[in-house]
Design a protein. Structure first.
Length: 398
């Protein structure tokens, strides 16, 4: 069972960091990750098991160690993101500090490693503005307690540096995950705003296309209705005008829809990056389209070629790397733009084209271009589509 948000959709794993476990699987995953670091408790456990202390001291030490581990696990399991119950956090953290100091002072230097867990808790739970001074304070307290048995130099070189570095490293990891969450939320917000802007643009275009035509049709329909009893010839003229206006409106709508459906290289490049990343393929894809592009039909042909090539890479090639390049070439027939998609998978020879490549060849040839397919330079498959730049436009049409 995976974590879900309030709407019931599945959360990305990064959003579950610091949340209480949601389900058995997530609990086991968190427990395994946190439990690995409990290996550093082997020193105090060994000290208790060696029998150097009285039975009463051993029992109290075991109880104190159990309470310490319980407070530590409570902090790192539940309170490493947004904190709403600061009382529980402060109480657990103060208990950790007191137990680490008392146990280390009473049982010796084998227990000084508990301060590492205190520093980790400070870095994982406290805001940066507090952890910046709490972690050094915890390290200083550890050194003062450790002076009971060890020298200052040994304490600083052994546990002091480790405590500082681990504490600040955990604080950095917490901030990194927090920043990642904010970036994902910002990306989702930008995508939503872009979708809203596209809807507004579509609404404006439809209003501009159909508003005048529908108003004119309504007005002429009312006129035809009033003229029909006494002037049927004039009413017929109004009906003819209605037919003409409606046909023109239909033509305008079809042209607008064709513009929305037209493939662009910019859109296909973005789609290629997403598809290849989702398939686990290392993608080398240009971030921007070439400065000089062929006309609308030529750009659409290259966009279809890119889509077909990326689809084949994802579905059939088993490739680990895919490279997309654009090259402007000057030939005897004039300038042309070449799109090349090359992968390192188990592609075919290209001698027998499938239905997709056959249709793509016809589409490219219809705009005066050439499509070539075959083995890549070393291994894999290569698709190259060349389209004339005659009548090219600078930039991608919007």
């Amino acid at each position: 069972m995976s974590a879900t948000d309030a709407g019931g959709s599945e959360l990305h794993p990064v959003y579950t960091f610091g949340r209480p476990p949601q389900g058995r699987r997530q609990f086991l995953t968190k427990a395994a990750w946190i439990g690995v670091w409990l290996i550093f408790l082997s020193s105090p456990i060994k000290d208790l098991a060696d029998g150097h202390h009285t039975p009463v001291a051993t029992a109290l030490g075991s109880l104190g160690l159990a309470v310490f581990v319980g407070c530590y696990l409570t902090l790192v399991f539940r309170y490493t993101t947004r904190i709403l119950q600061w009382g529980a956090v402060i109480g657990s953290f103060v208990t950790l500090v007191l137990l680490a100091a008392v146990l280390s002072f009473c049982f010796g230097d084998h227990w000084l490693g508990l301060f590492v867990y205190v520093a980790v808790s400070a870095g994982a739970v406290l805001p940066v503005r507090y952890s910046l001074w709490v972690i050094p304070a915890v390290t200083l307290l550890m050194i003062l307690v450790g002076l009971r048995d060890d020298g200052l130099g040994d304490l600083i070189s052994n546990l002091g540096v480790i405590t500082l570095l681990v504490g600040f490293a955990m604080s950095g990891v917490r901030e990194l995950i927090r920043t990642t969450i904010q970036l994902r939320q910002a990306r989702a917000t930008v995508a939503q705003l872009a979708a809203n802007e596209e809807r507004l643009r579509l609404a404006r275009d439809l209003h501009d296309l159909l508003g005048h035509s529908l108003s004119l049709i309504t007005l002429k329909s009312e006129l035809a209705g009033r003229m029909l009893p006494d002037h049927p010839d004039k009413a017929a003229q109004q009906v003819a005008d209605i037919e003409q206006v409606s046909r023109q409106a239909l033509v305008d709508v079809r042209e607008a829809v064709s513009g929305y459906r037209r493939r662009t290289l910019a859109g296909e490049l973005a789609g290629a990056r997403t598809a290849l990343a989702a398939a686990g393929v290392d993608a080398v894809v240009p971030l921007e389209v070439p400065a000089e592009l062929p006309g609308e039909e030529g750009e659409a042909a290259l966009a279809w070629a890119l889509r077909e090539a990326v689809t084949n890479v994802v579905r059939h090639s088993g490739a680990r790397r895919c490279t997309v390049t654009f090259t402007a070439r000057q030939t005897l027939a004039g300038p042309l733009l070449e799109l090349c998609v090359e992968d390192d998978g188990a592609g075919g020879s290209g001698a027998v084209a499938g239905n997709g490549l056959t249709g793509l060849t016809e589409r490219v040839e219809a705009v005066g271009g050439v499509l070539e397919t075959g083995p890549a330079t070393r291994r894999g498959f290569r698709l190259a589509a060349r389209v004339p730049l005659t009548g090219a436009a600078v930039g991608s049409p919007s």
